[in-house]
Design a protein around this ligand. Structure first.
Ligand code: NAP
Length: 509
C-alpha cells in the first residue's frame, strides 16, 4: 500500500517505490538463464534492500527467514518464503533445494561480542555443506575488507573466516569485500550522524587517523546484483569501495561540514576502545554490544587492495559526501526501507513473544476510552508513537526511562524508529519492538529495555455501541520478588502515563 493510495491509512508495510531502487543504471542486463535465487539474511540491512531489486529485474526469488513465515509474508508480496536457521543443517538442506544462486548475507553481530564469531562460523560450515549437497551453482557472499593476519578486530576477522569457510566447498563463491557502508539506516552512518549532531566537541583518539574506504549502500547493492549478471565473476574475490579513502577523523569533519555544524575536534591521549564504545552507545542509537564490535574495527586499515571490480562493473561509485547527502535525503523523505536494528536474533530471550509464554502474565492493567473517531484514524495515531515525535506527552519521563536503560547498557530509547510514517513487524520504536500489527485493530509492542521481568504494551481498537473503544494494556511477566516490587512501585506512574497516552492518541488522530 502506498501513501498516495489512501492518505488516511498508515502503510504498515512499505516496499521501495520503483524510483527508489538502485539498479536501473547498472551496466548489466537481467539474465534469463539464472534459475531460482536464494537471499539469506533477507530481514537484515543489506538483504532487505537486495530483494526488491532482484524482483524488479524479474528473478525468481526465495527468501530465507528464521522467524515464522506467516508473520513475515505481508512485507514480501508474491515471494517464496522459506523458514530455516543456518545453525540447523537439516533446515538449510530444504531451503537450498532447487536453488541456482544463493546470496550469503547471514551475520550474527546482534548476538554480541561473546557469541557472534562461533555462530557465524557454524552457519557458514552448514551453508557450505547444504549448498554442495543441493548442487547450488554459485554463492555470492558480502564480507569485510582486510587481511586476516593483520586484522585486530574480531568482527572483521570473523567475516574473513566465513569467506574462507565458504571457499572450502565445491560450490564456486563470489566474494565481495566492503568496509563500512554508508546509507540511510546503516549503523555506521547513524553513529557518525549522531556523534556530529549531538556533540559540540569531538575527542579524537589516535585510531581516528586509521584509513577506511566507505561505500554507499546504493553501490553495494549494484555490485551484488551486477556480479550475479556476470558469470565470469564466479569464484572471484573482489574488493568494493567508494570513491574516497578517508580517515575516521575526516569522515566526522566532512559530515559536520555537510550538516553545517561547527564542531571542535580535539586530539585525545586516551585510546581505550571500550570507553569510547560505551560513551558512543550513550550518544547514538546503536547499543553498546554492536558499537563495541564495530569500533574494534576502527584500529584496522580497511581499504580496497585493487580495483579489479571495475573490469566487470565499470561504473563510478559514489564519493563519501554523495553517499551522506543521499542518506540524509532519504531520511528527510522518510524513505528508510531497512535499518541496522531490523535483524534480530530470535534465539535471544528478549524475543519470546506474548503468546509463547507458558503462563498468562499476572500483572496487567487496561486503560481505555470510547471515541467517535474511525478505527483507521485512531490506528494511524497509535502507530506514530515514539521516535522523534515522542510519546505525545510526558516525553521527559519516557526519555528518563531510556537514559536509565542506556546507563545499564540496555538499548535505551534513542534507537527511535526506522520511519515516522510506517511500521512493520520487528521494527523498533525506542525501547520497544513491534511484535504484532493488525491494521486498524491491534499493535503489540515487546519491551527490550532492562527489566526484572518481561513486558508488552498492547493497543487495541474494538467496536462498542457504535463507538470505538481504544485501549492500552501493559502486560508484565515476572516471577522474582524484584520484578513484583518493580511492578507495584511503577503502577501509580503507569496509571498516570497510560491514561494520558490514550487521551493524546485520540486527541491527535
Ligand atoms: N552493514 C554494513 O555496514 C556492512 C559492511 C560491510 C559488510 N557487510 C556484510 O554484509 C552482510 C550482511 O550484513 P547486514 O548489515 O545486512 O547484517 P544484518 O542487518 O545484521 O542482518 C543479518 C541477517 O542474518 C540473519 N541471520 C543471522 N543469523 C542467522 C541464522 N542462524 N540463520 C539464518 N539467518 C540468520 C538475520 O536474520 P534475523 O532477522 O532472523 O536475525 C539477518 O537477516 C554481512 O556479511 C556483513 O559482513 C555489512
Amino acid at each position: 500500500m502506498s501513501d498516495t493510495q489512501d492518505k488516511n491509512k498508515l502503510p504498515v508495510i512499505r516496499f521501495p517505490e520503483k524510483a527508489d531502487l538502485f539498479c536501473h543504471d547498472l551496466p548489466t542486463k537481467p539474465r534469463a538463464d539464472i534459475g531460482r535465487v536464494l537471499v539469506t539474511g533477507a530481514t537484515g540491512y543489506i538483504g532487505g534492500r537486495l530483494v526488491p531489486e532482484l524482483l524488479e529485474r524479474g528473478y525468481q526469488v526465495r527468501v530465507m527467514l528464521r522467524g515464522s513465515t506467516s508473520e513475515h509474508a505481508p512485507p514480501w508480496p508474491g515471494m517464496e518464503i522459506v523458514a530455516a536457521d543456518a545453525l540447523d543443517l537439516s533446515s538449510l538442506k530444504k531451503v537450498l533445494t532447487g536453488i541456482d544462486t544463493a546470496y550469503y548475507l547471514i551475520h550474527s553481530l546482534m548476538r554480541g561480542p561473546k557469541e557472534f564469531e562461533s555462530a557465524d562460523l557454524q552457519a557458514a560450515i552448514n551453508f557450505r555443506k547444504a549448498a554442495e549437497e543441493n548442487e547450488v551453482k554459485r554463492i555470492i557472499y558480502l564480507g569485510g575488507l582486510g587481511e586476516v593476519k593483520t586484522l585486530k578486530s574480531p568482527h572483521l576477522q570473523s567475516r574473513i573466516q566465513v569467506a574462507e569457510e565458504l571457499l572450502r566447498g565445491k560450490v564456486p563463491v563470489t566474494i565481495l569485500r566492503a568496509a563500512i557502508i554508508i546509507g540511510s539506516g546503516s549503523a555506521s552512518y547513524e553513529i557518525i550522524h549522531n556523534l556530529v549532531s549531538k556533540l559540540p566537541l569531538l575527542p579524537l583518539p589516535r585510531w581516528a587517523r586509521s584509513r577506511c574506504q566507505p561505500i554507499g549502500i546504493r553501490d553495494v547493492i549494484k555490485y551484488l546484483v551486477g556480479v550475479l549478471e556476470i558469470p565470469r565473476t564466479s569464484g572471484r574475490n573482489l574488493d568494493i569501495g567508494g570513491k574516497d579513502i578517508l580517515t575516521y577523523e575526516m569522515m566526522l569533519k566532512v559530515f559536520a561540514g555537510i550538516v553545517h555544524k561547527r564542531r571542535i575536534f580535539l586530539s585525545f591521549p586516551i585510546s581505550n576502545i571500550w570507553l569510547y564504545a560505551y560513551f558512543a552507545s550513550l550518544i547514538t542509537p546503536v547499543p553498546d554490544p554492536i558499537i563495541l564490535s564495530l569500533m574494534k574495527g576502527v584500529r584496522d586499515e580497511v581499504i580496497c587492495r585493487d580495483d579489479k571490480i571495475k573490469d566487470y562493473l565499470p561504473f563510478e561509485p559514489l564519493t563519501y559526501q554523495e553517499a551522506i547527502v543521499r542518506a540524509l535525503t532519504r531520511e528527510e523523505q522518510d524513505k528508510v526501507y531497512t535499518r541496522w536494528s531490523d535483524a534480530y536474533p530470535p534465539a535471544h530471550e528478549l524475543a519470546i513473544k506474548l503468546h509463547e509464554l507458558k503462563e498468562i502474565p499476572k500483572y496487567t492493567t487496561s486503560y481505555s476510552l470510547l471515541s467517535g473517531k474511525s478505527a483507521s484514524f485512531l490506528f494511524n495515531s497509535i502507530c506514530r508513537i515514539g521516535g522523534k515525535a515522542g510519546w505525545f506527552n510526558n516525553n521527559w519521563l519516557w526519555r528518563l526511562r531510556g537514559a536509565v536503560d542506556r546507563i545499564l547498557i540496555g538499548v535505551g530509547s534513542s534507537r527511535g524508529r526506522r520511519s515516522y510514517s510506517s511500521l512493520k513487524i520487528n521494527d523498533v520504536i525506542d525501547f520497544w519492538r513491534v511484535e504484532d500489527i493488525q491494521q486498524d485493530k491491534r499493535l503489540l509492542l515487546r519491551a527490550e529495555m532492562k527489566l526484572p521481568g518481561k513486558a508488552w504494551l498492547e493497543f487495541n481498537i474494538n467496536e462498542e455501541d457504535g463507538l470505538r473503544k481504544l485501549s492500552v494494556t501493559p502486560h508484565y511477566y515476572t516471577k522474582g520478588l524484584l520484578g513484583k516490587i518493580y511492578w507495584y512501585i511503577f503502577l501509580p506512574l503507569h496509571n498516570f502515563i497510560f491514561n494520558d497516552l490514550i487521551k493524546q492518541i485520540e486527541r491527535r488522530c
